[in-house]
Design a protein around this ligand. Structure first.
Ligand code: UD1
Length: 370
């Protein structure tokens, strides 16, 4: 069985790693790793390959940044000849980034079967580019591998036959559990002089938060307030850094430290030791749940509801006062000892193996549905 795995952006890399490893352990599976090049800065891509022990990509499409249409179109044009050359049994796509939907669309028209890892998540906010990518990819996929039971329910509600859907659990948690110990050796809190004391870890990069001047200004104000309580380590996405300077907003300083994007192990190490995390990332909502770290997600919706019902996550409006109130409440709850690591079904470190098992069970012989 031949698999072409497609990754492109930062959150894909920790998801493909356990699937590749599980595939390597099965004789008779051959695997090709394609990097679209959607993310290309060393700090957004290469450092993840190193931290995750990923093999260098077999193919790098080198598409880079652009508008959604430009980026998606460039990925499609560059991916088509790769499929012609490799003729895989399956294209395996991950998550909800532009690379995911672009490559699924190329594969489906060529009659090559698609497996979608992290299928079924829905925020029900069609203003998010990721939500469009999720809906379309799930419509195209032949095998839909969900991280949590709500994913199966969402797919059933959209009329996707249950026979195409498997609950495999969360592949990102495989990576987190495998590398948590290794991450602790980075001693990041010591590097920032916050070891043994409370500190907050922050990431913010969603267009809805950072592309609007007044929202970004509210969020930076909230960081100043948070900085009055404890040191704040803010790992800044390139998009966010550009917006702060374009909008002429005063960059936070003093107790709020602006950091370049961090590697995977550095991030896990800082999250693991944090008193709280403030974020709009999808992955950090899941990682904080598993690590038992309180998390505030600055978004009106989440596609990952189990991080609230079974984890440590809470949604908060992207407003200075709302965040201030939520921080106060969360720190009071934390003082009362009410945060514990959560383990939703299938978030157990074995999801990558279940992805490979589902692919083997689905086989190579069934003709693609057209
Ligand atoms: C993408 C994903 C998002 C994910 C995020 C993680 C989509 C639609 N969105 O958003 O779901 O949470 O990755 O980071 O696919 N840039 C660089 N260097 C890079 C990559 C990007 O400077 O290596 C800058 C460029 O100015 C670029 C901007 O970031 O235009 C946005 O990059 P893009 O890949 O379009 O989307 P992200 O915001 O990173």
């Amino acid at each position: 069985m031949k698999l072409v795995h497609v990754v492109g952006a930062r959150p894909n890399f920790m998801k493909v790693a356990p699937v590749l490893r599980a595939g390597q352990a099965v004789p008779g599976i051959s695997q090709v790793l394609v990097h679209t090049g959607q993310h290309y800065d060393p700090s957004m891509s290469d450092s993840f390959f190193r931290d995750l022990d990923l093999p260098a990509p077999d193919v790098n499409l080198g598409v880079g940044s652009g508008t959604h249409a430009e980026q998606t179109a460039r990925i499609m044009l560059a991916f088509e000849p790769v499929l012609d050359r490799e003729t895989p049994d399956w294209v395996v796509v991950y998550g909800d980034v532009n690379s995911t939907v672009a490559c699924a669309l190329v594969a489906v028209k060529k009659g090559i079967r698609i497996a979608h890892v992290e299928a079924g998540l829905r925020s029900r906010d069609r203003g998010m580019p990721e939500e469009i990518n999720r809906i379309l990819t799930d419509q195209l996929a032949d095998l839909l591998l969900t991280p949590s039971r709500d994913g199966n329910e969402n797919l059933a509600a959209e009329g996707i036959p249950a026979g195409r859907v498997r609950l495999v659990g969360n592949v990102m948690v495989d990576t987190l559990l495998r590398l948590r110990e290794e991450a602790s050796k980075r001693r990041m809190p010591e590097r920032f002089g916050v070891e043994g004391s409370d500190y907050a870890f922050v990431t913010l990069h969603r267009p809805s938060n950072v592309d609007d001047r007044s929202t970004l200004s509210e969020l930076l104000g909230a960081l100043d307030d948070l900085g009055a309580r404890m040191p704040v380590l803010f790992a800044v996405h390139p998009r966010t850094r550009r917006r702060i300077s374009e909008f002429g907003l005063p960059a936070p300083n003093g107790p709020v430290r602006l950091l370049d994007p961090l590697g995977y192990l550095e991030t896990v190490n800082l999250v693991d030791g944090a008193a709280l995390v403030l974020t709009d990332s999808g992955g950090l909502q899941e990682e904080t749940t598993v690590l038992g770290v309180p998390c505030l997600t600055a978004r009106p919706t989440t596609e990952r509801p189990v991080t609230i019902t079974e984890g440590t996550n809470r949604l908060v409006a992207s407003r200075r006062t709302a965040i201030g109130e939520a921080v106060a409440e969360l720190l009071a709850r934390r003082a009362g000892g009410s945060f514990r690591p959560g383990q939703p079904e299938g978030w157990d470190g074995r999801a990558g193996e279940r992805v490979i098992a589902a692919l083997l069970e689905s086989g190579t012989t069934v003709a693609p549905t057209t």
